[in-house]
Design a protein around this ligand. Sequence first.
Ligand SMILES: Cc1cc2nc3c(=O)[nH]c(=O)nc-3n(C[C@H](O)[C@H](O)[C@H](O)COP(=O)(O)OP(=O)(O)OC[C@H]3O[C@@H](n4cnc5c(N)ncnc54)[C@H](O)[C@@H]3O)c2cc1C
Length: 503
Amino acid sequence: MREAGPHHHDSWGRLKAAARRAMPATDAAWRAPSGGPAGPERQPEPASFLPYGNGRSYGDTCHNDAGVLLDARHGMAPQITAFDPETGRLTADAGVLFSEITRHVAGHGWFLPVTPGTQFVTLGGAIANDIHGKNHHRRGTFGRWVEEIELERSDRGVLTLTPSENAELFAATISGMGLTGLIRRATIRLMKVASLAIVETTTRFDTLSDYFALAEAADARHEYAVAWIDSLAGGRNFGRGHLICGDHAPAGDETGDKTGDDSGEASGQLASIPFTPPVSPLAGPFLKAFNEAYFRKAKAGTHTRTVPFAGFFYPLDRIGAWNRLYGPRGLHQHQSVVPEAGAEAVVRALLECAKSHRQGSFLTVLKRFGDLQSPGLTSFPRPGYTLTLDFPHRGEKTLRLLAELDRITLAAGGAVNPYKDARMSPETFSAGFPGWRRLEALRDPAMMSDFWRRTAMRLPAAASPVLAAPATPAVPAARDGDNSNGSRGSSFTIAETIVAARH
Ligand SMILES: Cc1cc2nc3c(=O)[nH]c(=O)nc-3n(C[C@H](O)[C@H](O)[C@H](O)COP(=O)(O)OP(=O)(O)OC[C@H]3O[C@@H](n4cnc5c(N)ncnc54)[C@H](O)[C@@H]3O)c2cc1C
């Protein structure tokens, strides 16, 4: 087995340190997991595999600690293999980053139709999680823009998937979290834009009810819309925040449309967090003072300005390894979606729950999902409102809070996002994603993830006891081996950029 290189293959939450085994996805070894050379030099074959993109998932859907990761980037040279500037159709290897796609197509007036809060995700990872952006109400999920997938399976070889050819496997692969096989290449449609720059409109609101009074009309008017919530404000300020909307600027506006940095590492960044502080500074009095100041930064009323696209979509990318600010034990992100009817009361209950557990969320984001159907079998987005909360991992008390948030979400008929998760129960997953049984039936027998092992494989209908064991602990272990030296290393500016990034 050829190693993919000295990469840690962490997930973004950094909840569990492990020496992970990986090999380039092009390596032939995974295709015949039970084969391999006979003889004394033969190594015990790994039990299972899992594609790995760029590790921007927060939890353990991109991990398979009992097996081997198939790295779609390292040890390979992923390429954009075709692009038609007339139609905006693009074909690329799965390991190509969104930043690389933008750089390739922007000069021709095209942009990604759906993009998350970081441009350092791979095409394969975006399909496998059927990601969403700030324009879900207009464009739906990323999977809606996928025309064709070239999928390689250990049992069936290379297959072409489209909405009409191998249609069920196409639907299962979009949102399939890497379990249906290795996406080698995909063809997508891009979105025509007059300019990359964004005309950003910020409206400060004083209560949660004010947000709910604004959200639907904002979606109707704007391509992009999302809200930041000051989750620490109480009393009559409860649920206050900023509603940030955006539209592509008219042709000719070139406000900061540079598409240069696609490394995902430190270059071109505002700052980089060089080590992990022993205790997360994103807590306690700092958090409250920061939220207060950030809220006041936007003047009352509505304000409009034109901003560079990278600042609007990806400000977090300007701070290298910002996830280290959550301390050596990492961070949990809890993203829920709840139906539109009654959403205000449920979101209120979720925010009150976090507040009553005295674990402020540093970054709290609220967004309305539209009703465009996601093509994936187990896609997370669905009509309603989605609330995202971030918490430094503080052991049992954080896990108790997260379980309570799950309970409120499920009682409201909602779901918890798997690709942000490292600890939800099998029952929570099953309740939000009834399509999991079909995905299990279509799973490539060579593929397995830590997430799947600790959720689906523990549910009664799951088939494979061999792959189900050994189970990874549901409680993430504290991270060790961090190069911490006691300095805090955070600044207001960095914190501000992090919050702006999540709008
Ligand atoms: C700062 C930040 C902001 C974010 N904002 C958003 C957001 O707004 N909306 C949103 O939806 N998500 C968001 N995310 C999450 C992120 O977009 C997704 O987790 C994304 O899928 C990560 O892509 P990746 O390439 O890093 O894949 P990984 O995290 O490495 O893997 C993700 C999944 O894809 C599978 N996979 C990867 N490559 C392949 C392949 N070639 N073939 C088959 N399966 C594959 C893996 O097995 C895994 O299950 C954000 C993450 C960060 C860090």
